[in-house]
Design a protein around this ligand. Structure first.
Ligand code: ADP
Length: 246
């Protein structure tokens, strides 16, 4: 198991939005997280990267790194934890005053303090991988939404994470641009990346997932292979949700 999470809880003020979540992510597997708006999907994903600090939760990685959020994690442990995963955001979150290339080099240069020449070489190969090498000197406002999101994916890959996290990566895109972003994610899936993806694209979820997790109201209602959760759900709440958005 790449990552095991036990007893993850998260509150904002007095509202508990994640209620004792247990989950596992296997190396090379793709976990998709579905569920109604406000059910806690984004918060769960952000907790996996400590962009939101969990109130409780024991995280254990296959290499032995273990963080218990009930105690205050040590700074160096938290840095290691954060560098395990790369996050792709719904609204891209690119730096507006940096070129596509600079957006991709930022993490490895500034956060990881890696060697400049190697970082630029890597960044170019990643922009090539997402089909944007010829746009490397353009700024975000000169790119379409789909292109910006592909830069976002290259940027997340640049820290060479073990886990890729996608938070509704296509929901801000015009419908005709969704396909190009999903294709990049499918390519990563075929390369064997370990990924967790929050999405409303159920057809896509069915195609790429090893496991689908349905959340409602801060709980995992059910999880399992896509053929089971999406086609033959055990729980009435899952069934209703799928009927509503299919
Ligand atoms: P989903 O991704 O399933 O739509 P979210 O994780 O975004 O759900 O939100 C779950 C709940 O947590 C919602 O009620 C939302 O309003 C609340 N929430 C999310 N982020 C914050 C925050 N930073 N501060 C306060 N409440 C938040």
């Amino acid at each position: 198991m790449f990552l095991t999470v036990k007893g993850l809880s998260k509150s904002f003020d007095d509202q508990e939005v994640l209620k004792h979540i247990d989950l596992e992510i296997e190396k090379g597997n793709i976990l998709t997280i579905i569920g109604p708006s406000g059910s806690g999907k984004t918060t769960l994903l952000r907790c996996l990267n400590a962009l939101e600090m969990p109130n409780k939760g024991l995280f254990t990685f296959s290499d032995g790194l273990e963080i218990d959020f009930e105690k205050m994690p040590k700074k160096n442990e938290l840095t290691k934890f954060r560098l395990k995963s790369g996050m792709v955001f719904q609204s891209y979150n690119l730096f507006p005053h940096k070129t596509a290339l600079e957006n991709v080099t930022e993490g490895p240069l500034i956060v990881q303090k890696r060697e400049k020449q190697a970082v630029f070489k890597l960044a170019e190969s990643l922009l090539d991988k997402v089909g944007l090498l010829d746009k490397k000197y353009l700024y975000p406002h000169q790119l379409s939404g789909g292109q910006q999101q592909r830069v976002g994916i290259a940027r997340a890959l640049a820290i060479e994470p073990e886990l890729m996290l996608f938070d509704e990566p296509t929901s801000a895109l015009d419908p005709e641009l969704v396909g190009e972003v999903l294709k990049v994610i499918k390519d990563l899936a075929n390369e064997g990346w370990t990924m967790a993806i929050v999405t409303h694209e159920l057809k896509f979820a069915e195609q790429v997932s090893d496991r689908v997790l349905f959340m409602d109201n801060g709980y995992i209602v059910e999880q399992g292979p896509p053929a089971q959760v999406l086609k033959d759900p055990k729980e009435e709440r899952t069934r209703q949700f799928i009927q509503r958005i299919m």
